[in-house]
Structure formats: structure tokens, C-alpha cells
Design a binder for this molecule. Structure first.
Ligand code: NAD
Length: 318
């Protein structure tokens, strides 16, 4: 009989964590998917499965939790995101790196079956080609967040090569969602723009009109994560992190897509420090290795994501 997986989601109350936890609880026994976060339990998680308060920086606490709940897989989502990291780079490095090392060390010691840890398009930096950025290219990140993600990728591969930990990872583009709030990333502007449109407010954009970035709708990101983790080990040729792509747009292009459905929507531009971050990131990503290895294919494009976002945000306001 196959071993029953017991999953720990760290950072379960964040933008990705809430939706990922709910999706995992549909696949696995809900009692076997333990949500953990520093914050109070997110309202959408309440009553759907076990919840524990956890500071992933406390290694002992994490270790005890893993042993007590017979955890076999960890999804480690807790991190300081790009825009917040620029305000306190040393803290971002400390939290993003130390928490990952704690998870990898416990995975090694306790022989966990799998670990998931997300990287980001922030790993590339100015030296990489900005269009169709390849999987393997110059990696010279200029942001504190990007530096921590690149180092994290190297540690993931190291733990796989040296200790055989089955760690899997995706370089997420900017993620767009309506269920839980974004946590301080450079691409959060896109979500704020949708919110302004449904509330009939003029949106002041912190990026320049032509700052084009790779993006993905959350249902695709959740599906990609679970498909990667469910793929047989012999289909996984990368244990650093896979490029992942769906579509790309600039603030002007997103505003135009929204205006097709909300014609009165207005936007103005006041680029701030986030524009510098955006300028150092790719515009589009070559994710052919993910497509080849484990069959990745996005379902949403800019138009279908826009329709779905507007419908859901309008529904939530009723
Ligand atoms: P988020 O900020 O919305 O959520 C992170 C969660 O981690 C929060 O609920 C926070 O309370 C929790 N947390 C922070 N410190 C903690 C600690 N010490 N112990 C326990 N929990 C802690 O972030 P997100 O958008 O859900 O991102 C999750 C992961 O995906 C991060 O690694 C992020 O870098 C990566 N990522 C996100 C995006 C995106 O667009 N959202 C894009 C690329 C990569």
C-alpha cells in the first residue's frame, strides 16, 4: 500500500499559501494537510483542516512539528517579497535564506519525500536577455530578493546532489489573484489595478506605462505547482528551479484589457522604486524545459484572466 502523504504548508496564509492549501486539501485527506503561518489563520482556511502557528525561523519548533505530525512533504512559501525586501535587504536575506536552510536540513534529517520551494523571475537581473529569457543564462540579480532567490536555487540543487533531497521549484512570474492579498511584490500593482477598476477609482500606477513583465493567473500557478510535485521523479531534470510562463503585459496593456469591460476605467502613472526593480527583470520567459519535462501548459491568457478577475472581484463586492 502506498505511504499516505502528510503535508506541511509553511506561509499558508499568504497570497499563494491560502489557495495552495485549499487545493491540496481537495487532493489529499484534509486532516493530512497542515497549514502553518506566523499570522492568525486566514478566514478562507478556517474549518478546512488543521492549522498551527509557526515561526519557520525557529528550527526546533519546525522540527518538532514535522516529527509530531509525521510530515512527509513540505511546501515552504514563507519569504520577504521583492518590494518589501528592498526596504530591509539584510532582514530579507536572513529570513529567506535561513528559513530555507532549516527546511532543507530537516528534510535531510527526517528523510522527507519531497520539498517545494518557490523561486522567482527576480533571479535574472540586467545581464540576461529580456525577451524569452532562457532557462540557463546570465544570472546577475540586482535586488536583495533576487540575490536570495538565486542563492536559494543553488542550495536546493546542492541538497539534491549531495543528500538526495527531492526538492522541486518554480521561478514564478508575477501572480494575479483575488482570494488573498498580495504580500509586497513588484507585480502587486496588477491586482491593485483590478481592484481600482471594480471600485470605480482612478489607479495611480507605481510602474512606468511600458514596464512589461511576465505574469500568471493564480489557478495556473497552483496547478503548475501541484503538477510539478506530482510528476514522477524521472521526469524532473532540474532541482534548482524551472522557468515558468503564461503571458506578459505592461500597465498600459493591462489597463486596455480592463477597459474592454470597464470603459470608464482611468489610470495615471507615478513610477517609484518598484520601476527600477521591474527594469531589471525579464519581459517574457522561455519555459520549454518545464513543458518538455512534465507537460506544463498554461490555461489562462490575458483576456480570460481579465474576465475572470473582474467577475470574481465584482461578485465579492455584492
Ligand atoms: P506572501 O507574503 O503573500 O505570503 C507569505 C506568508 O509567509 C505570509 O502569510 C507570512 O505571514 C508568512 N511568513 C512570513 N514569515 C514567516 C515566518 N517566519 N514563519 C512562518 N510564516 C511566515 O507571499 P506569496 O506571494 O504567497 O509568496 C509565497 C512564495 O512565493 C514566496 O517565496 C515568494 O517569494 C514566492 N513568489 C511569489 C510571487 C507572487 O507574485 N506572489 C512571485 C514569485 C515568487
Amino acid at each position: 500500500m502506498p505511504v499516505k502523504e502528510r503535508i506541511l504548508v509553511i506561509g499558508a496564509c499568504g497570497q499563494i499559501g491560502v489557495e495552495l492549501t485549499l487545493a491540496l486539501r481537495k487532493i489529499y485527506e484534509p486532516q493530512h494537510v497542515i497549514a502553518a503561518d506566523l499570522r492568525d489563520e486566514h478566514p478562507l482556511l478556517k474549518g478546512t483542516g488543521p492549522y498551527v502557528t509557526l515561526d519557520v525561523m525557529n528550527r526546533e519548533m519546525l522540527h518538532v512539528l514535522v516529527i509530531r505530525h509525521h510530515i512527509t512533504q513540505i511546501y515552504h512559501l514563507a519569504a520577504i517579497l521583492s518590494a518589501t525586501a528592498e526596504k530591509n535587504p539584510a532582514l530579507a536575506w536572513h529570513i529567506n535564506m535561513q528559513s530555507l536552510i532549516h527546511v532543507l536540513e530537516i528534510a535531510r534529517e527526517e528523510n522527507l519525500h519531497k520539498v517545494y520551494w518557490p523561486s522567482s523571475i527576480a533571479v535574472f537581473g540586467r545581464g540576461a536577455p529580456r525577451q524569452q529569457t532562457p532557462q540557463h543564462t546570465i544570472l546577475e540579480p540586482t535586488t536583495a530578493y533576487g540575490i536570495s532567490k538565486l542563492a536559494g536555487e543553488r542550495w536546493c540543487e546542492y541538497y539534491h546532489e549531495r543528500y538526495g533531497v527531492d526538492v522541486r521549484s518554480l521561478r514564478y512570474p508575477g501572480l494575479i489573484s483575488y482570494k488573498s492579498s498580495p504580500g509586497g511584490g513588484t507585480t502587486d500593482y496588477a491586482i491593485e489595478m483590478f481592484q481600482a477598476a471594480v471600485e470605480n477609482r482612478t489607479y495611480t500606477c507605481p510602474l512606468a506605462p511600458d514596464a512589461r513583465l511576465p505574469m500568471m493567473y493564480m489557478p495556473d500557478a497552483i496547478r503548475a505547482t501541484i503538477e510539478l510535485m506530482e510528476a514522477p521523479a524521472d521526469r524532473i531534470s532540474l532541482h534548482s528551479s524551472y522557468n515558468l510562463h503564461a503571458f506578459h503585459f505592461s500597465p498600459t496593456e493591462l489597463a486596455a484589457a480592463i477597459r474592454k469591460h470597464v470603459p470608464e476605467f482611468e489610470i495615471c502613472y507615478q513610477p517609484d522604486f518598484r520601476q527600477q526593480i521591474a527594469e531589471s527583470w525579464p519581459e517574457s520567459i522561455d519555459d520549454s524545459q518545464a513543458r518538455r519535462d512534465w507537460g506544463w501548459k498554461p490555461a489562462f491568457d490575458l483576456e480570460s484572466m481579465t474576465v475572470d478577475m473582474l467577475q470574481n472581484l465584482q461578485q465579492l463586492r455584492k
